[in-house]
Design a protein around this ligand. Structure first.
Ligand SMILES: [Zn+2]
Length: 419
């Protein structure tokens, strides 16, 4: 068993002040190495730190908001309606079930079907669609992706705003009774600046509903190793974070809550939400967040899983190893593979197929038969969530090409069998 490399020295922060309490000191918990595709705007190692005052956990990234905005506008995966990801806001399958449950939770706080409701970071508009089905008629979607906005404009009489909520030049010419922010705040560099912006657009008695992944339960189902510490999730929320967020702003917390929903591999995913209202006298005090033990459990389980995978990849003697699936898990695997020359890259997302890793092109799946060197190749499916459907696709491609498929390894099954 691997021991955690826990560093307990307090350092003055170089990059971000605590997004929740403004403290300038943090404790470094872990640096996680990443290698993304070449010229990925978020191609930086993950520096997980904990605020020494309120206990908030976050990535002390050196990125600027403008770089994040550029990424979500032009390179985001969320404008693909078929993308399998929490927060993608799709309108199919499990995402539809999740978002219709979200609509039910939010509706407990909305008393009027005419209430003006805005979903910020609405992606494909799944939540707005569910609210419309429930009879809400005054709906607006805001998103930086033009493809998403075009899709949302097709939902009934839904109004749309194209842009980033943090863009000070963005024109929003009304106030809202309900502001919804689901699976957005974990992506935002300056959390309080965003909250202040929401405050400006909130009616006097309106509510802000925010949902994020629940860091206090990451360890209960560890999907791919270190999955929660990825290029996009730079803040880690729990119920106590939501309470602490209200202490330094002109808002008070009405309620926090936990929810659980299923993702494609049948496992549970855990989220936390907070509901806020405007307030004049904020008397709430910072409470020290106590999720560090849970985070350390998560890191330990992730360490063990990643070690199993890296030992396996580094022990392979094939001349060609095809890594199928260029996402958050591959970003970690590429970095720890000793013989990088043997790696070939394949991904089903057309945008990835224009990209390179260490100068080597990312191929489309139909290229697979050409990449395979008879008996000296294997394919590794680098996805824990979609491995079964990817394997079916691979077998179909080889069947059409009338070529015997090489050995295919599914990392989720490999890890399951090893533990
Ligand atoms: Zn703090």
């Amino acid at each position: 068993m691997i021991q955690l490399k826990k560093l307990s020295n307090i350092t003055v922060m170089n990059n971000r002040v605590c997004p929740i309490c403004d403290n300038t000191e943090n404790i470094i918990i872990r640096e996680i190495e990443l290698k993304t595709y070449d010229f990925h705007p978020l191609d930086k190692n993950y520096k997980l730190v904990q605020c020494s005052n309120c206990g908030f956990m976050y990535n002390d990234t050196a990125l600027k908001q403008v770089e994040l905005d550029e990424y979500y506008t032009n390179q985001s995966k969320y404008d693909n309606k078929d993308v399998v990801s929490v927060g993608a806001g799709g309108i199919t399958g499990l995402d539809k079930i999740r978002l219709s449950e979200s609509a039910k939770i939010i509706s407990k706080y909305i008393y009027d079907k005419d209430s003006s409701i805005i979903d910020i970071g609405c992606a494909s508009g799944g939540l707005l669609y569910s609210l419309k089905e429930m009879g809400y008629v005054n709906l607006t979607g805001l998103d930086p992706s033009p493809i998403c906005i075009e899709r949302v404009s097709g939902i009934g009489n839904c109004k749309t705003i194209l842009g980033s909520i943090l863009d000070k030049d963005l024109k929003i010419d009304q106030k809202f009774d309900v502001i919804i922010l689901t699976h957005v705040l974990e992506h935002i560099l300056d959390v309080k600046k965003l909250m202040e912006r929401l405050y400006d657009f909130l009616n006097k008695d309106g509510i802000i509903f925010i949902e994020c992944p629940d860091s206090s339960r990451y360890h209960l189902h560890v999907h791919a190793p270190f999955q929660e510490f990825n290029t996009e999730h730079i803040n880690h929320f729990s119920e106590s974070t939501f309470r602490n967020l209200s202490t330094t702003m002109k808002i008070h917390i009405v309620e926090t809550g936990l929810r659980t929903f299923k993702i494609e591999n049948g496992l549970d995913y855990f989220a936390v939400y907070g509901v806020y209202k405007k307030t004049i006298n904020n008397l709430a005090k910072i409470e020290k967040e106590l999720t560090i033990d849970e985070i350390e459990k998560y890191l330990l389980i992730s360490d063990n899983k990643l070690t199993i995978i890296s030992d396996f990849i580094n022990s392979l003697t094939y001349k060609n190893v095809v890594l199928y699936g260029i996402g958050q898990l591959s970003y970690k695997l590429i970095k720890i593979t000793e013989d990088k020359q043997k790696l070939f890259f394949v991904d089903g997302d057309p945008r990835n197929q224009k990209r390179k890793i260490y100068g080597n092109v990312i191929h489309q799946p139909v290229d697979l038969p050409n990449l395979i060197d008879e008996d000296d190749s294997c394919i590794i499916i680098s996805s824990f969530i979609s491995s079964s459907s990817i394997k079916t696709d691979i077998l179909r491609i080889f069947s059409v090409a009338k070529i015997l498929p090489p050995k295919i390894f599914e990392l989720d099954k490999l890890v399951e069998n090893a533990i």
